[in-house]
Design a protein around this ligand. Sequence first.
Ligand SMILES: Cc1cc2nc3c(=O)[nH]c(=O)nc-3n(C[C@H](O)[C@H](O)[C@H](O)COP(=O)(O)OP(=O)(O)OC[C@H]3O[C@@H](n4cnc5c(N)ncnc54)[C@H](O)[C@@H]3O)c2cc1C
Length: 759
Amino acid sequence: MYHELTEPHGRSSTVETVKSDLVVVGGGIAGVCCAISAARAGVKVSLVQDRPVLGGNASSEVRLWVLGATSHMGNNNRWSREGGIIGELLLENLFRNKEGNALIFDTIMLEKVVEEKNITLLLNTSVFATHKNADNNISSVEAFCSQNGKFYDLRGEYFCDVSGDGIVAFQAGAEFRMGAEAASEFSEKMAPEQPGKELLGHSIYFYSKDAGKPVKYVAPSFASIDGMTEDRMKRIRSQDVGPRLWWLEYGGNSDTIGESEDIKWQLWKVVYGVWDYIKNSGKFENVENLTLEWVGTIPGKRESRRFIGHSFMTQQDVVTQQPFDNAISFGGWAIDHHPGDGIYSDKPPCTQYHTKGVYQIPLGSFISKDIDNLFFAGRIISVSHIAFGSTRVMATCGHGGQAVGEAVAYCLSQTCKPAQLLQAPHIKKLQHNLNEKGHFIPNVPMQPQYNLANKATISASSELQLNALQDDGPWRPLKISAGQLLPLQKDTAYQFSVKVRVLKDTTLYAQLRHSEKVTNYTPEVILAQQSFILTAGEHLLDINFAETLAEDQYAMLCFLANPDIEIACTNSRISSLVAVFNGVNKAVSNNGKQIVEGDKGVDEFEFWTPERRPGGHNLALTINPPLNCFATTNLTNGYTRPYQRSNVWCAALDQTEAELTLEWQQQQNISEIILHFDADFDHALESTLYGHPEDRVPFCVEHFQILDAQGVVLYEKTDNYQAVVDCVLTSPISSDKLRIKLLKTHKDCPIALYEVIVK
Ligand SMILES: Cc1cc2nc3c(=O)[nH]c(=O)nc-3n(C[C@H](O)[C@H](O)[C@H](O)COP(=O)(O)OP(=O)(O)OC[C@H]3O[C@@H](n4cnc5c(N)ncnc54)[C@H](O)[C@@H]3O)c2cc1C
């Protein structure tokens, strides 16, 4: 029994002080990736999240699917899925939860966080005050947990604001912007003529299910869809749930922070109004058995403050793919803006303008220019309103979050201030540290001096020389143009042969195309064309292109649409090769070609996009000279995915077991081997609802062993599905030889490895 007498002066709640190196405020995707990344690099982290679950907009409380540069595979950004921690989370989610249950994704984020002993996780704990010990230095933040009634005094050396609204940066007095800049301010052609308050609004989703018997629905009295425009009314479909309802948006003309609760109320009215309309208007068939299963209780918030860092990205930086010396992350989602009035607007619910390839994001956009020990990540980074339209998506946010975590670790280990990281040599080492973990910064390879494998002679049991992709796959009707992306060598004339089935006499056009920029995959340049006058029946076409590339780069052998032709495909799936199609993906405003009305400062170009497995077969081809881009030299070239070149080592197609040998002239002290496998960075891995046909990527080696010179197994893994496996040896060895044995995982994919790092 516990009994306290009346306390006339009242009581104070318990205050717990937590000291850490880094306080991460906000447990959305960006906060989760930041905390894990810092913790793994040895930083003591407090992760404070005001909600009961992690993930922010990606959590089961909001249920958005995590996306980034791959953009539902509807753009020309090949092999652009974000690596590192966000990549690891999505591959884990694929393995456990290919159906996309948002509750399971919650547990994956939670598990990854609680497995890190360096993280103190505070859920249901809201930061409400920020304290400084100098104008430009934060000393602590205060938080309150509504569940245990405790106040927290969270002290740290560094702070990362990933709260989505920037509560810490705001209270610390950091400069910020909110709303749209005028076009003239940064010469952004997509921006409005005058500066405006218009933001992207909030959304609330619902899920429904078939109850197996008729279920009535009586709407609450507040439900209403009054005023919803005709365009939005037409979008109501009885089967749509979750993120497919992204257009249920409102609040962009309000204060998305101060009026957030009012916006939520309006969205609740609309959500229940829409459901009432579906169930009771009589306009929808087969809805008797449907019942509401879930309705969001907090809105997904799209736009809020943007804080000013040492760099500030604008539309041009995104569209022209501006290189930054301090590049630390990348984006590739379209510049995607929505009308502020949302469902009450006559305008289309979104306008998306894609770029021709991925673009870099500088570290300077994550470091406050005003507060020395403050980082930010997520949607509040230092970019213009227009650039934010692209940087705001969650895989991009998570990728940036990881960079901040690693940056804090670097600051602590080198006792340098965040702003000093922007300069060489710090930035180079920080980029390297990230890339070694599979993060991937476009155009920034790893540095050879940190990898003992660079001093080794590497030999392989075989190396793929690709002279043919067998025609053992389906026939593909050429209803839309089809192309095969191939990493070709400069100054080399290639001959190809393909098998076609001609339904009636016709002419077929074959082209060799490439991108103007060697690291893009938008095939604007038609290098060569050959036409074939064909009669009905099967033909083997010989294609000879005399024209050659000026640089090694990907080129596309393509066949223009012709409804009277079918083309032979292969079942082989080769790392770094992919077939693309001039298809349409309306979900990301891809109508086959980007058409731009007026001068928006963005290009018109065609979309050539891959298909999801089990579709998207490579074209069956012979290639002369054979592609010899699968050599062991790729294993130490610093790239962990295709980028301009294939960058991969592949064993011969028929090898079911392959072996790599690394030999040094002197003994080496070895404690760790990091292997980068092929987790198919071309495939989007939406976290929720979307669903995927397979639970692991077929290219990825499942079973491998690392052996010493005597054949003693130093490390073995039998069930791998991750891109990066960090093989830390139980005790360091001294050796002049290492062997890596790899077993074939999938009958149609050769054994493949991108990078070997030995430390
Ligand atoms: C309807 C909608 C559709 C979208 N579509 C997509 C899509 O399809 N794919 C995609 O990838 N992105 C999409 N986005 C964008 C994306 O969801 C956001 O930009 C992204 O969530 C930003 O990540 P974040 O980590 O910065 O913020 P959040 O996900 O909002 O996370 C911030 C976290 O901080 C917490 N927090 C806030 N204040 C405090 C405090 N004081 N103390 C402690 N914790 C706090 C919040 O509870 C939250 O969990 C969409 C957004 C919306 C709203």
